[in-house]
Write a protein that binds this ligand. Structure first.
Ligand code: 26V
Length: 816
């Protein structure tokens, strides 16, 4: 039922409506009659941005006057998604906006849908950065994000004949209404060149970096509103542009065309986001991007600092730099260069300041994702930085020698420079030695960093290593994505849960109230019907909203084991064909992208789609089992899937998923989890109660033991008749007329050792799945457990995580 607006509200609605028409006319040059939904969106966004502006200036002034320490969260990725809804909610403008649009004959949902996702990230790491800047603003921390304004974000995924096809993501970076360009704050970033060894007037060695080329960095501010608190921070995204005096030398020699080519090359720096799982060896452009981001950010850092003080010894009192993985680890080196070369700070003092300012978050243990850059490339691109790295390394190895005299092996294994087969800089080691804290993103992960990834570093400097378990923002992942659950929580808890998610524990007392459980059943049903519409529109597949929705939504990767899930589906399908019907209808929903160069992940996508084709159209299955692969996974699609999920698939091989964050989003929205004891799953299981979590599979410890013992997946395959039949179907032509198509998957599992333990965990997974499906038949008790799950999820708010970083890493514990 709609409330009748008061006169005051009517005035507000009128005012907003006029503002929208004003922006449409005077900023975009059009009238309502010839404006598209996307034009209306832009006009509305400009109004919202204008409203943020006053709060932005007053926030900056207030933080400055309070001499607050500033947090610079540097990340190559910020996976923002859409911003309209989020900004309207945070500013309390949602209802009047809907009414103002309605008064213009427009539907808010249609306007909101026309906003392109800002997909400036790959997955978990980038979305975490987006949740963190939301939480920093909500907690009124003087914190800004720093990233690159890529012209093309993560590619769009199309599925053609079951296969992934990549299309460029042209998200209209140049005219996003959220971004405010600051040409006047352009920054000069030197690259390439050579080092000249000279002596200064005192006769001291004073290397000079000469003959560099110049790139210009242009900052763009994306305003970040806190929830209902008038705080507005910023995310600064830098774009690269060629300077007019770029390589003036070539220009002067009349080689105009070459000079123009150089210009294009420098603009390439902010052209495109690299997909993760892409092999980076020799990718000069990626290293250039990383340095470009760091160099631009540090110019901002120094500029802001000098507004407070000219005494560089005070740097750690005003500045904290958080490195989101090793991608911005060059910040350590750039800060050293600025202090030593530009401000003539003594090396030891500069090093102490740098370490006290910087902190590093590790997000993966996967060896292939650990960055190493060739020394040759460094020498070409950043000769002065390479010198500084060598100096850092020299002094660090002296410390190692003092710590463990005579251990030549340690000098080699802990060196920041890998020697064989090619000289490379080990970026994780650089990040560790240059930081005062190193954190993992879930308890297990932080332990594995210490015991497996860098045990020697841990023993040398145990005080540095710490944990901050990830979290997600309840503003986007409950309030925005699931409005009905949000008003359910408002009704039963009041509206404080949005900024104090621990209040969810109060739901525990309500799990025996039939009316409340019925409400939850209705909410889930509504969300499932909505998702069913999207599935039928996008894929043309009709799914039954009463079926159990089993969802695995994340990047496609062997370690995440989408393959285990689809092998289970095949097994069930075979049982149906053999006459054993499943007890309840079930839909397996998959969504996710594979890196363009990751052949095995792409083949897994194709397998899922081929199994879907077979199973969905086989009359024997009779709709009891359906498989859906939703194309083009992105933040805005996740917002539709998550509220509709019954079962959350978190099935990575134990010890491989650093934390996971979709596990948190799904559980907060009332999905029960089927999962391994990996990453944050372990903490989620403890929080929601073990009885509400279908755990299965080998532990990280058992996996390590079995790897060491040299298990044989071939023996596992032979010794298990049912499993063998399932795997054999990959090469029997059941799912594709080309029998050989999926043989690389078959061989990976059977003859190449099954590195991720699909076969070893299959039985245990199968039983957990059967149990979950059996339990789902009791709707009432299932939803009691869903409510119990939600009630335990309070600690997984990114507000909790940011409080943890503040107290433990940034040294700012005076939060409200
Ligand atoms: C690697 C590369 C290498 C090629 C160039 C682009 C690129 C981009 C990203 C990465 C590393 C990705 C690491 C990552 O995303 N880790 C995830 O971080 C999440 C947040 O902490 C965590 O929840 C996931 O478990 C973890 O996989």
């Amino acid at each position: 039922m709609k409330n009748i607006p008061s006169t005051q509200e009517k005035n507000k609605i009128n005012e907003l409506r006029n503002c929208i028409l004003y922006e449409l006319k005077y900023s975009l040059g059009m009238t309502l009659s010839n404006a598209s939904s996307s034009d209306i969106f832009s006009a509305l966004a400009l109004v919202v941005r204008r409203n943020q502006m006053d709060d932005y200036f007053s926030t900056q002034e207030r933080h400055y006057q309070a001499r607050k320490k500033r947090i610079y969260y540097i990340s190559m990725e910020f996976l923002i998604g859409q911003s309209l809804r989020n900004n309207l909610i945070n500013q309390g403008m949602m209802e009047i906006t809907k009414a103002a649009l309605e008064s213009l004959g427009l539907d808010f949902e249609i306007i909101a849908k026309s906003e392109e996702d800002a997909a400036l990230g790959n997955g978990g790491l980038g979305r975490l950065a987006a949740c963190f800047i939301d939480s920093m603003a909500t907690l009124d921390i003087a914190g800004s994000g720093h990233g690159i304004k890529y012209e093309y974000g993560l590619f769009h995924q199309q599925i053609q004949d079951g296969k992934q096809i990549e299309k460029p993501d042209d998200w209209h970076a140049s005219h996003s209404p959220w971004l405010i360009e600051h040409q006047s704050q352009a920054m000069i970033i030197p690259l390439y060149g050579r080092i000249v060894k000279v002596q200064d007037q005192q006769g001291d060695y004073n290397p000079m970096w000469m003959d560099w080329k110049i790139i210009i960095g242009i900052p763009h501010d994306y305003l970040v509103s806190g929830y209902n608190n008038n705080t507005v921070n910023s995310l600064r995204l830098y774009s690269a542009c060629a300077s007019d005096s770029f390589d003036i030398h070539i220009f002067n020699h009349g080689d105009y065309l070459n000079a123009v080519n150089q210009k294009i090359a420098s603009e390439n720096i902010s052209k495109v986001l690299y997909p993760s799982d892409e092999v980076l060896a020799g990718k000069e452009l990626r290293l250039t991007q990383e340095y470009f981001l760091v160099a631009c950010t540090l110019r901002d850092v120094m500029h802001d600092f000098f507004l407070h003080s000219t005494d560089l010894n005070q740097l750690p009192e005003f500045v904290a730099i958080q490195l989101n993985d090793t991608h911005p680890a060059l910040a350590i080196v750039e800060l050293m260069r600025i202090l030593v070369d530009e401000y003539a700070v003594d090396w030891d003092i500069a090093w102490d300041l740098t370490q006290r300012v910087c902190a590093y978050t590790n997000h993966t243990l996967m060896p292939e994702a650990l960055e190493k850059w060739s020394v040759t490339l460094f020498e070409l691109l950043l000769p002065r930085h390479l010198q500084i790295i060598y100096e850092i390394n020299k002094r660090f190895l002296l410390e190692v020698e003092r710590w463990q005299p005579g251990r030549i092996d340690l000098l080699a294994s802990m060196s920041l420079i890998e020697e064989i087969p090619e000289k490379k800089v080990r970026m994780a080691y650089l990040a560790i030695v240059g930081s005062h804290k190193v954190n993992g993103v879930a308890k297990l992960h932080s332990e594995l960093i210490k015991s497996n990834l860098v045990p020697d570093f841990y023993h040398l400097m145990p005080e540095k290593f710490t944990n901050q378990t990830n979290g997600v923002t309840p503003r986007r992942w409950i309030q925005q994505a699931n409005p009905r659950l949000s008003s359910f929580l408002d009704r039963h808890l009041g509206n404080k849960w949005v900024t104090n998610l621990n209040l969810l524990t109060k739901l525990k007392a309500l799990t025996d109230d039939r009316n409340i459980i019925d409400e939850l059943v209705e909410i889930k049903k509504y969300n499932k019907i909505k998702l069913s519409h999207i599935v039928s529109q996008q894929q043309g597949i009709v799914i039954n909203p009463d079926a159990m929705f089993d969802c695995q939504i994340k990047r496609i990767h062997e370690y995440k084991r989408q393959l285990l899930n689809i092998l289970y589906v095949i097994r069930v399908y075979q049982k149906i064909i053999d006459g054993a019907a499943p007890i309840l209808p079930k839909v397996h929903i998959f969504s996710g992208k594979a890196a363009p160069g990751y052949a095995m992940a792409k083949l897994i996508i194709q397998l899922i789609n081929q199994v879907a084709l077979k199973v969905n159209n086989d009359p024997k299955v009779n709709g009891q089992l359906k498989v859906v692969f939703l194309e083009d996974y992105k933040v805005s699609l996740a917002e539709h899937v998550i509220p509709a999920a019954d079962l959350s698939e978190q099935i990575s091989t134990a010890g491989t998923e650093a934390s996971g964050t979709s596990n948190m989003k799904l559980a907060m929205n009332g999905a029960l989890t089927i999962g391994t004891l990996d990453g944050a799953n372990i903490e989620i299981r403890d929080a929601v109660g073990h009885e509400n979590f279908y755990s299965f599979g080998l532990s990280a410890h058992q996996i390590a033991e079995q790897r060491a013992a040299g298990r044989s997946s071939y023996d596992e395959y032979l010794s298990h008749a049912e499993l063998k039949a399932t795997i054999d179907s990959l090469i029997s032509g059941t799912f594709h007329s080309d029998k050989n198509l999926f043989s690389p998957i078959f061989h990976m599992l059977v003859s190449h050792g099954d590195h991720y333990f699909h076969l070893a965990d299959f039985d245990s997974y199968y039983h957990a799945q059967s149990q979950a499906l059996a339990d789902y038949s009791d709707t009432y008790s299932w939803h009691q457990r869903a409510l119990r799950t939600i009630s335990g999820m309070g600690e997984f708010s990114s507000d909790r995580t940011i409080r943890g970083y503040s107290a433990d890493i940034w040294g700012i514990d005076s939060l409200k």
